[in-house]
Design a protein around this ligand. Structure first.
Ligand code: CMC
Length: 410
């Protein structure tokens, strides 16, 4: 035992000596030009995919070869979910089977409802969502299985339950009774019915369905990447999705929609925009709902969501909010358009969700109701050619080896 310890210490010292003699810790361990440090992994290609494509300079978003605009015009959330997951548009019977599968799995059990009720209002709704999905994973029969079929089954089950969970969170926050899913309704119809306790108009349902479709997948964004990192360790789908939800919560990612609306409402009217936004820019504040790592032109999703915000606010008290947003867009493009900063999907989505009747605290969970498909599709795709994600950091700390100083002599 003693000998083993000595050998271990000796070999560690030998390695440290070698590293220093070769100058490895002097920032030259990586062969030059082979791998460069990229802050925030900008521009780094970390996986290959057939799921989706973004042209950030031309403003195109493509799912499995289909331009997002043509899907919004012709498809539904369920059909697009099938496309993202299985690589092609379904036949009628494939779509019927898939929607039946979702309906069969859309209920959550009493224990999960109890947990949602107990934690409602304690912290952000995204924390409730994270806890609920993680909790469901603790009593899934497949929770510890890591084979592809089990991961797929877990993924489909979470996609199916997501609207039920988010609607339950909404109702728990408002101290209302929970509403079970109605098997005669579509994914989006059910989400609205379970959230509000009544059916919404065809127009509103269609708009929300399109918004879910628009948010369903978007390259290797932070939450998708977080989820993929977890699945790459051969952990289970519940854990991977819990990680995705955790990353989506942040204001630089999915959390921007809630903050964008709050900012627009706090400014209050179009004439106050130059002064308010000007002041925020002077103090180097980020304006929520603007800018994007990939898009350097107008986000194609934002273009579509803007038309929904316009449509839904006409003749309503929210019209002033929409007009204030338009003024913010004009002002921001004038000031920062030349730097490639334009509205992203989160700028107008909050206005549309609010016009439908959702409170701002629900905006990011709604994003998750949609993005769940992208997370599952990309996690499953990655598993077909899995390699654990394991980047490195460039060491920029002390280069001298120090002698250890016992605590009483420091
Ligand atoms: N307001 C003001 N300036 C901005 C903004 C903004 N929203 N976004 C970027 N900039 C400036 C930034 O200050 C920096 O300027 P400089 O070069 O003078 O220092 C430059 O543009 C580059 O910004 P960055 O933060 O290095 O860009 P990034 O690629 O690391 O970050 C982003 C992208 C989306 C996090 C960032 O644009 C941002 O924080 N936007 C506000 C939050 C937001 O709307 N997030 C939703 C993103 S879209 C949906 C999603 O994926 O969730």
């Amino acid at each position: 035992m003693q000998e083993e310890k000595l050998t271990d210490t000796a070999s560690r010292l030998l390695v440290i000596n070698l590293i220093f003699r070769e100058g490895m810790l002097n920032r030259s361990y990586m062969p030059e030009n082979e791998v460069n440090f990229s802050r925030g992994l900008e521009g780094v290609i970390a996986s290959q995919t057939k799921i989706g494509y973004i042209d950030g300079l031309k403003g195109h978003l493509v799912y499995r070869g289909y331009e997002i605009n043509s899907l919004v015009e012709n498809s539904t959330y369920e059909e697009t979910a099938y496309l993202l997951l299985y690589g092609r548009l379904p036949t009628r019977s494939e779509l019927d089977d898939f929607t039946s599968k979702l309906k069969e799995r859309s209920s959550i059990n009493k224990e999960t409802y109890d947990v949602i009720r107990r934690i409602a209002g304690l912290s952000h709704t995204m924390s409730s969502l994270r806890t609920a999905v993680s909790y469901i994973g603790t009593h899934s029969k497949l929770g510890d299985k890591t084979d592809y079929e089990s991961q797929e089954e877990m993924g489909i089950s979470i996609i199916a339950k997501m609207p039920t969970i988010v609607a339950a969170i909404k109702r728990a926050v408002n101290n209302e009774d929970f509403i079970e899913p109605d098997p005669s309704l579509s994914y989006t119809e059910n989400f609205l019915y379970q959230s509000f306790g009544e059916r919404k108009s065809k127009e509103v349902t269609r708009i929300l369905d399109s918004m879910l479709l628009l948010h369903a997948d978007h390259g290797m964004n932070a939450s998708t990447f977080a989820s993929m990192v977890v699945i790459s360790t051969l952990s289970d789908m519940y854990s991977a999705i819990t990680a995705g939800i955790s990353a989506l919560k942040g204001p630089l990612h999915g959390g921007a929609n809630e903050r964008a609306l709050k900012m627009i409402m706090s400014i209050g009217s179009p004439e106050k925009v130059p002064e308010a936004i000007g002041r925020m820019l002077e103090s180097k504040e980020k304006i929520m709902g603007f800018g994007h790592r990939v898009y350097k032109v107008y986000d194609p999703r934002a273009k579509i969501v803007k038309t929904y915000a316009d449509q839904l606010t006409k003749g309503t008290p929210l019209r002033k909010v929409y007009e204030t947003a338009i003024k913010i867009e004009d002002y921001m493009i004038e000031r920062l358009g030349s730097k490639g900063i334009f509205p992203n999907v989160d700028f107008y989505s909050g206005i549309a969700y609010k016009a439908i009747g959702f409170e701002p605290e629900l905006f990011t969970p709604i994003f998750a109701v949609s993005r769940i498909t992208g997370w599952v599709a990309r996690d499953l795709e990655y598993l077909t050619n899995n390699r654990i994600f394991r980047p490195r950091s460039e060491y920029i700390g002390e280069s001298e080896i120090k002698s250890y100083i016992p605590i009483e002599r420091r």
